[in-house]
Design a protein around this ligand. Sequence first.
Ligand code: CO
Length: 209
Amino acid sequence: MKDLNFLLERNRLWADGIKQSDPQFFSKLSAQQSPEYLWIGCSDSRVPANQIVGLLPGEVFVHRNIANLVVHSDLNCLSVIQFAVEVLKVKHIIVCGHYECGGVRAALENSDHGLIDNWLRHIKDIYRVHQVQMEATSSAQEKQDRLCEINVIEQVANVCHTTVVQNAWKAGQQLTVHGWIYSVGDGILKDLKVSITGADEIADIHRLA
Ligand code: CO
């Protein structure tokens, strides 16, 4: 059986490097975490949250799943949002999608991918809502890129529709939800400029009185 000792060795080197620049780094972190950001991103190995924004352990709370979806019946994602907002009191939630997302690409196909199709159907639903815009695209690549972006915008809305986020706003908590997209081709993040800072910016049907 092949072991993974090389990874454990790299871990020691990594920890030693951090301790050399800040000997108290890990002891301070063991006492508490106080990240200002919740990152909701794709599981894709090319989009590691901390690394692409240059943040250290302790600086960003992270939830990742295939195609960075926020589904209102997904207890996993909702629990992460609740803990981040109510306990950690993060000031920003960043939904970060990426171009060349395999989940989005698979959702555009009509082939059978097995169980995962039940997850990807949420993306097909988004396609259907934006069908006119989707079918106005001039190439398969443009359609895929646009769906990656629209998916982020829809997930920003889904975050804002949660009772957790709306109750935080109602309580006067400062909380902004952002939509970003990452290019795996050049490592650059783009702000989709769809940030939402309060319940007055969401659709009436979803706003809690
Ligand atoms: Co992806």
